[in-house]
Design a protein around this ligand. Structure first.
Ligand SMILES: Cc1cc2nc3c(=O)[nH]c(=O)nc-3n(C[C@H](O)[C@H](O)[C@H](O)COP(=O)(O)OP(=O)(O)OC[C@H]3O[C@@H](n4cnc5c(N)ncnc54)[C@H](O)[C@@H]3O)c2cc1C
Length: 414
């Protein structure tokens, strides 16, 4: 039987980043297996936003690490990743979102994330399409940006391979072997693999995979989606990301048009047992239902993006992220089984947080503890839960709806 010190199940961006960081931190044998192709799950669908400051302040140090690691990966691999570091403009149109913005600025300063207050002229320069009449306050985070998430995943993989990490695709982990409270290995259709540490990074399947050994990971697969507009108005591609938490909408430039994401009021969560193993053949949205979803927010969006009436919708992308009831990710060790670690429940921020998640997991696996405070991410923070129950699924869906704050106040008033 083959032996590896560390086995990572899942070769999406989290598994890839963990593999790279672990290989920098430990000289032991590391294996990453994926039952499909690497970077083919949620990591290939993301809008690629890398936002260092969000309403979950616990994420800030993790997101900062991602921004820091990009040039390091470029140097290691000798390739440009094309991180569009155009900055993000976050605007507030209600008292509650102003308060949220101020608390974000305070958190940004604590963590050393650059922030500025843009003038009207600057706003027009970075978001020429944005109608500013309703905006009461705005801040700009100049070091945020967006990236091709598939390429970033592969950059982690390439860097890890240089450190002799073994990557095997098209092999499924079907079982977990535990002896006397210690991880012993995994089972696959190609044979058993022995290991000391098992790191579960298998995206929306992490809870289903862990459930087989009675470990409940508090997360559910939830639909995320975005639309891309035509380039009839030809916005320059160098524009910034714009976050409009009051209407739960974000924008970024894409091919001369805009990529526009909406956190809908009633998000849809799925029972992980009913998902196919390959999501290529799975559409979380039926037919043209996405146009109804866009319609729900249409009037609110028009207040800030009047050109919406004049442009075509050329693309619609939907996929799954895993959400937890409190909107905090899951990252840590499973206390009841030695050598069992989980990085999951990405709450739609796995690209943003990948650098931090990888580096924290490397510390946890090697040192048993992390220098970063990860108490909010504890896998067992909800106790034993029924992960497939309707009530739990709807709590996870609500966390997605509330991801960017303030939507209820403004959206409902239009
Ligand atoms: C539409 C959309 C937009 C998004 N936009 C953003 C964004 O702008 N910014 C951001 O930060 N995040 C965004 N996200 C979230 C982001 O995509 C995820 O957080 C991230 O991809 C999660 O990575 P992962 O490695 O956990 O999962 P995945 O990429 O899904 O990888 C998991 C892998 O595990 C494998 N696997 C599963 N079970 C097994 C098994 N038993 N054996 C072996 N392999 C297994 C799968 O084949 C898969 O390849 C978005 C998501 C969606 C859907």
């Amino acid at each position: 039987m083959e032996f590896f010190d560390h086995v990572i199940v899942g070769g999406g961006i989290l598994g890839a980043s963990i593999a790279y960081h672990l290989s920098e931190y430990s000289s032991k044998r590391i294996l990453v297996i994926d039952r499909g192709q690497f970077a083919s799950g949620s990591s290939s669908k993301a809008a690629g936003l890398i936002l260092q400051c969000s309403s979950k302040h616990s994420n800030i140090p993790l997101a900062k690490k991602t921004v820091d690691i990009i040039p390091v990966l470029e140097k290691i691999n000798g390739e440009r990743i094309d991180f569009h570091q155009v900055g993000s403009l976050r605007v507030a149109c209600t008292d509650s979102s102003i308060a949220e913005l101020e608390s974000l600025v305070a958190a940004a300063s604590r963590w050393g994330v650059d922030v500025s207050y843009p003038s009207q002229k600057k706003i027009k320069g970075i978001a020429p399409w944005l109608e500013t009449k309703k905006i009461l306050k705005s801040v700009f985070f100049p070091t945020d940006g967006y990236i091709d998430p598939y390429l970033l995943t592969w950059q982690y993989i390439k860097a890890a391979k240089k450190n002799h990490v073994k990557f095997v695709s098209n092999v499924e982990a079907t079982g977990i072997s535990i002896h006397q409270g210690q991880i012993k290995g995994i089972q696959t259709p190609d044979g058993d693999i022995a290991c000391t540490n098992l790191i579960v990074a298998c995206g929306v399947w992490a809870s289903l995979f862990s459930d087989q050994v009675d470990i409940s990971i508090p997360m559910a697969p939830v639909r995320s989606h975005y639309w891309i507009t035509g380039n009839e108005k030809e916005y320059k591609n160098s524009g910034a990301i714009v976050m409009l938490p009051d209407i739960s909408t974000y924008f970024r430039p894409e091919l001369g048009g805009l990529l526009l994401g909406v956190q809908e009021k009633n998000c849809i969560a799925f029972d992980a047992r009913k998902l196919p193993k390959n999501l290529d053949s799975f559409a979380p949205t039926a037919g043209d239902e996405h146009l109804d979803t866009l319609q729900e927010s249409y009037t609110a969006i028009l207040q800030f993006y009047p050109d919406l009436e004049a442009v075509s919708i050329t693309n619609y992308i939907s996929g799954l992220s895993s959400y937890t009831p409190d909107g905090e990710i899951i990252l840590g060790k499973i206390d009841t089984i030695k050598g069992f670690f989980v990085a999951a429940g990405d709450c739609g921020s796995g690209i943003t947080l990948s650098g931090g998640i990888g580096s924290i997991m490397a510390e946890l696996v090697v040192d048993g503890k992390s220098k970063t405070d990860i108490s909010k991410f504890k896998p067992d923070r909800f106790g034993k839960i029924k992960i497939y129950e309707e009530k739990f699924l709807s709590e996870c869906a609500s966390a997605r709806s509330a991801k960017s704050k303030g939507h209820s106040s403004l959206q409902n008033s239009y």
